[in-house]
Design a protein. Structure first.
Length: 73
């Protein structure tokens, strides 16, 4: 009964919710650990003015924004 109701109104299964939460935690942890500067906690990003695209860079490792991008910290 619950399975039929769940599929009829479009709710995800409990196992799908657990998998999604695990994926979000893992992805966030990797991004946080790989990019964050350990001493200051500063995250640097590049904002592309024309498209509005935002990407995170590791400025402490020598990465920089492209000419058409604005640096954000």
């Amino acid at each position: 009964m619950i399975g039929k109701l769940r599929s009829r109104i479009g709710l995800p299964s409990p196992s799908m919710l657990v998998a999604l939460c695990a994926l979000m935690v893992a992805t966030g942890g990797v991004a946080f650990g790989a990019i964050r500067h350990t001493e200051t906690g500063v995250i640097t990003g590049c904002y592309e003015k024309r498209t509005g695209e935002l990407r995170v860079i590791n400025a402490q490792a020598g990465r920089s924004c492209k000419t058409k991008e604005r640096t954000l910290t």
